[in-house]
Design a protein around this ligand. Structure first.
Ligand code: HAM
Length: 403
């Protein structure tokens, strides 16, 4: 997980995104108002509790609304567009099953303050680069536009009348609920609903000019970027704040319920729902447990945390003192180094070096103490050399940089 976090941070920073952190819980209203009263997240998945004053609080089920809340509250002075990333835990009270956990981790990015299709393209490209850099290739990018407040109402009516005629073909859950949010049926994973969804009128055939031009520009931008996406007219997202672009990266290896590695889209109305000014935005949230299982399914070696560079070995009082000095100097120079707390026989300390999975052992024995030398042993093959103690930091710093 640490390695997945590290790679995400390096990638996000390379695109100019800055780290943002929000509290683990927020006022329940924040999520109820933004995710949508009929969304699964709000109706069944929130971890909600009362504090000692009876205020309703909820453990963060998703990251977009909290980042927008924080931005509107105290960060509007920041550069525009405001580009942020987060690596954090989310909580959803779903029935735990493979790929669906009550606590999961997300790598998310958000761009606030630009409605330009180039922002949508960049967000998708970041997600694509992340998965590809990890070595994943068996996934598909599904792309759709779900219109906006101008063109969606008419489409909604059209879809409603289509669904009313096919009410008895829907699952129980949707038969009773589709009037509240007919778009949700399109996203249902059940066979019966999928058959109905497949023939339903398509939102992309009913976009107004502005939304259609935006969608076309996103597709053209992705093409320029060398990212291929599959147009998926039934793709709608489970949260209500989306407008225009919606996308999901779907693994072809994982079962459908857990195949969405990440999802996101544009949410141009979110800031206003929270009482702020018009701040267009776009972003994604990626489930890192799902990324980890996709790596396993594709047989790709997951990235690991870098090893400890060196374990410093010193025997006897004088040897221990020298080992501590060298360890301190290595750490100050940014070379990950460790040493035993107590004096132990040489063999025992070398065993500790092995167990700590250090790349090198640096040994100060009696002889080295006299000559001012240190023996540097590469633990993978036992190759060793003797160098001056003064040269140790520079030698291992070069190794660390080359690693
Ligand atoms: P979401 O689609 O609800 O979107 O979640 C994003 C991703 O988190 C999913 O694609 C999935 O990989 C992972 N995920 C969600 N729930 C679970 C769970 N219970 N267990 C494991 N993984 C899970 C959002 O949360 C939006 N905030 C994304 C976004 C950011 N849109 C714009 N900006």
């Amino acid at each position: 997980m640490r390695a997945l976090y590290d790679r995400a941070a390096v990638l996000a920073r390379s695109y100019g995104y800055r780290y943002v952190e929000t509290p683990v819980f927020e006022a329940t209203e924040l999520f109820a108002r933004t995710s949508g009263e009929t969304s699964d997240v709000v109706t069944k998945e929130m971890y909600t509790f009362e504090d000692r004053r009876g205020r309703s609080l909820t453990l963060r089920p998703e990251g977009t609304a909290p980042v927008m809340r924080a931005y509107l509250g105290q960060m509007q002075e920041q550069a525009s567009p405001f580009k942020a990333y987060y690596l954090t835990r989310m909580y959803r009270y779903a029935r735990p099953q493979e790929g669906r956990y009550r606590e999961h981790r997300q790598f998310g990015i958000e761009v606030f303050g630009s409605g330009d299709p180039a922002a949508d393209v960049e967000v998708i490209a970041v997600g694509d680069a992340y998965l590809r850099d990890l070595g994943l290739s068996r996934f598909e990018i599904q792309l759709n536009s779900i219109g906006d407040d101008v063109c969606r109402p008419a489409y909604r009516e059209l879809l409603l009348s289509y669904l009313r005629e096919r009410r008895d073909r829907l699952t129980d859950e949707h038969r009773d609920r589709f009037e509240d949010n007919p778009l949700r049926v399109l996203d249902c994973k059940d066979e019966a609903c999928r058959a109905v969804a497949a023939e339903a009128p398509r939102i992309t055939d009913h976009l107004d000019d502005a939304c259609r031009e935006h969608f076309e520009a996103v597709q053209a931008g992705l093409k320029d970027e060398g990212v291929s996406a599959v147009l998926t007219p039934t793709l709608v997202r489970g949260l209500d704040y989306y407008t225009r672009t919606a996308f999901e990266f779907v693994s072809s290896d994982l079962p459908p319920q857990q195949a969405a590695l990440f999802g996101g889209g544009r949410y141009d109305g979110l800031a206003e729902v929270l009482g702020g000014p018009h701040v267009p935005g776009v972003g994604f949230g990626m489930g890192l447990e799902r990324v980890a299982s996709a790596l396993e399914h594709e047989g790709v070696e997951p990235p690991t945390e870098p090893e400890l560079r060196v374990w410093v070995v010193g025997v006897g009082d004088a040897g221990r003192a020298r080992a501590r000095d060298l360890t301190r100097a290595l750490r100050a120079a940014g070379v990950p180094a460790d040493t035993a707390f107590e004096d132990r026989p040489l063999k025992a300390q070398l065993k500790m070096a092995d167990r700590a999975r250090a790349a090198f052992a640096a040994i100060v024995g009696e002889r080295e103490l006299e000559t001012g030398a240190v023996t540097v042993r590469r633990l993978s093959d036992g190759a060793q050399e003797e160098i001056a103690q003064d040269a140790l930091v520079a030698r291992l710093r070069d190794e660390e940089r080359g690693a």
